[in-house]
Ligand binder design. Structure first.
Ligand code: CU
Length: 322
């Protein structure tokens, strides 16, 4: 029985390490690599101490009674209870302090504002010397460059965590927290809200795309452009007729509200509803009619009176916004 549970514990450890999508053990950024390094050092230290304690226990249980004099006992307490822990903890503190120093930034570094909302992410790229570009539910960063996240919250406290990139940082209404990072490997990863923020807190994730720097620059230039879709399409007309523009923005197509996620380049995202559903026409149409079926407590009203056919037209229109 014990062997079996040990086997299961070992297997889950090994299997979870296989997930390179969202894992502190598979870092793609310099800060997460530091955290993994510290974790391994601490783990080895803890294991050594645990083995030492176990050996001492064994010795204490087996030794004949009265072997330890009163003075010997006091000395043992002084060393094992006072001096050694102080030296070990001070050593670990001195070793780990340099890791806590924030990464230095230069004025030309890219700043990305991310604002937590119930239950999605507002993402604002603020490149030096150019106007800001607003997007949502997906964070793109250039590999090899320093990026400063400016983290805020629009309603309640959220927490921003990209486990493969860096440690987590709270998003607090009324203040801006800075998290400076550098991605080292391109790829598609995942981030997650890690502060309970309401009913759909666990359904508040996002895609992270680390791109080679030139590709990122080209992408940001495209992202800056207004929407290109056909404004006369049936889906575009249904979007306008159903009042979606009261909450959503589609730059260049007359919708300019910032209450819900920006949809200007919605079709270029891989996931729907803050990293929760794959981006398919059927999923988008279903979400439009019954968002609460996917996300309990969602801040978007249901549109049950929109027919399946009309919802599909709107979904096609939104997906054409690349
Ligand atoms: Cu949240």
């Amino acid at each position: 029985m014990r062997g079996k549970s040990l086997l299961i514990a070992g297997a889950t450890g090994v299997l979870s390490a296989c997930n390179r999508h969202q894992s502190t053990l598979a870092p793609f950024g310099a800060d997460a690599a530091d955290i993994r390094h510290l974790f391994i050092v601490m783990l080895v230290g803890a294991v050594v101490i645990a083995i030492g304690v176990a050996l001492l226990m064994r010795h204490a249980v087996r030794a004949p009674e009265g072997e330890l004099t009163h003075k010997g006992g006091m000395r043992l307490v002084l060393w094992l209870g006072g001096i050694i822990p102080t030296v070990v903890l001070l050593g670990l503190l001195a070793y780990s302090l340099p890791f806590m120093k924030p990464r230095p930034t230069a004025p030309a570094d890219l700043r990305i504002g991310v604002e937590g909302e119930q239950f999605w992410w507002r993402v604002i790229y603020r490149p030096a010397g150019a106007p800001a570009v607003t997007s949502a539910n997906e964070v793109r960063i250039p590999v090899g460059r320093t990026v400063a996240f400016e983290l805020a919250a629009g309603d309640v406290v959220h927490s921003f965590w990209i486990p493969g990139l860096a440690g987590k940082m709270d998003m607090i209404p009324g203040r801006t927290n800075r998290l400076v990072v550098r991605a080292d490997a391109p790829g598609r990863y995942r981030g997650q809200c890690t502060e309970f923020c309401g009913l759909s807190h666990a359904l508040m994730a996002f895609d992270v795309v680390a791109m080679p720097a030139p590709a990122f620059d080209a992408w940001l230039a495209r992202e800056r452009q207004p929407a290109t879709a056909d404004a006369d399409a049936a889906g575009a007309r249904a979007f306008a007729a159903n009042g979606c523009a009261a909450c959503h923005s589609v730059r260049g197509a007359g919708a300019a509200s910032a209450i819900g996620p920006d949809l200007t380049h919605f079709g270029a995202r891989r996931t729907l509803a803050a990293g929760i559903l794959p981006m398919t026409t059927a999923n988008v149409a279903a979400f439009i009619r019954h968002p609460e079926a996917t996300k309990p407590g969602v801040r978007m009203p249901a549109f049950p009176h929109i027919s399946q056919a009309e919802a599909t037209q709107i979904a096609r229109y939104l997906q054409s916004l690349k």
